[in-house]
Design a binder for this molecule. Structure first.
Ligand code: FAD
Length: 277
């Protein structure tokens, strides 16, 4: 099974050594790529680029740069992509980004959909090799209604030149497998790589539900709540994520992407228990 990881630029300078150690240890698992978030948590372009360059210079995994475009002009988005290309980063995860709180539309003349960024990246990269990943949402994007406009969005990203998609986290294998069938039935042909997050505390669960708009998984929440100490909570989170990876592998899934939270031990244990590494 192909594996990959997501990390984020450290919020404090003193957290950098921990992330670098994680990148070395994750590299030992032979991931195809390590992706680095953008803008999320207040990080700047410089912070993301510095982590991407560290991966480029110290890992066999390809660095994959998340980029968001919401509210930027086409000229600014082009300049941003060129800056990354100039640093030798040519693989991207093209995202819209979240709308500013209270806004439903962005000013005219600015980008408002990820497929616009996919197209810009393709044009800027020209003849150079590179991949453009995009986001997908097994349980629907929070703004998409019953007709699942996020699948129309996914098709638009595919038509704009996306190579494959990475999914939002989800808690049950059937969420992903049902989504895969739905997406295929509507014409999505690109690979849809499941994104898996080991949730090792009730606080982390609350935070990710708030950020993603996913529905609370009652059983996981209950087990995390009843666990007596940090070690037991870690055990609950790791065993949940490992079972999820195992079920996906048994159903024929060929790749998984793990949200690593800038450390290696939890995701390594998830993959080990799932029999993937
Ligand atoms: P889009 O694909 O543009 O879709 C957004 C919504 O717009 C869709 O649900 C749909 O309702 C509508 N829409 C768009 N196009 C169409 C269309 N053609 N037809 C109909 N409706 C359409 N955020 C960050 O800020 N930084 C990160 O690093 C980051 N990394 C992420 C990584 C992953 C794997 C995922 C899943 C999300 C990540 N996000 C990140 C969050 C992401 O930016 C938000 O979820 C955002 O709200 C949606 O982004 P998108 O690229 O899916 O947007």
């Amino acid at each position: 099974m192909q594996i990959s990881f997501e990390v984020y630029p450290p919020r404090k300078e003193e957290d950098t050594p921990k992330l670098r150690e994680a990148i070395f240890r994750l590299t030992e698992l032979d991931p195809k790529f390590i992706s680095v978030t953008f803008g999320a948590g207040g990080s700047s372009t410089r912070d993301s680029l510095s982590v991407l360059k560290f991966i480029r210079d110290n890992s066999t995994a390809s660095p994959l740069a998340h980029l968001t475009c919401v509210g930027t002009t086409e000229a600014d988005a082009k300049e941003l992509v060129s800056e990354f290309l100039g640093e030798g980063i040519s693989d991207f995860l093209a995202l819209r980004g979240d709308l500013p709180e209270g806004k439903t539309h962005m000013p005219p003349g600015t980008l408002s959909r990820a497929d616009q960024l996919v197209k810009l990246i393709g044009e800027a990269r020209a003849d150079r090799q590179g991949i453009t990943a995009v986001a997908a949402f097994p349980n629907g994007h929070p703004e998409s209604g019953k007709d699942r406009s996020d699948i129309a969005a996914l098709l638009a990203k595919q038509e704009a030149g996306a190579s494959f998609a990475i999914t939002q986290l989800f808690f049950f294998a059937e969420d992903y497998l049902n989504f895969l069938s739905l997406a295929r039935s509507r014409g999505v042909t690109m690979d849809l790589t499941p994104g898996i997050m080991p949730i090792v505390s009730p606080n982390r669960l609350s935070r990710v539900l708030e950020l993603t708009g996913e529905r609370k998984p009652a059983e996981l929440a209950q087990r995390l709540g009843q666990a007596e100490d940090a070690a037991s909570r870690r055990e609950v989170g790791i065993s949940w994520a490992a079972s999820l990876v195992r079920e996906l592998a048994d159903a024929g899934t060929e790749a998984v992407h793990l949200y690593a939270f800038n450390e290696y031990a939890n995701v390594t244990e998830v993959l080990r228990r799932a029999g993937v590494v």
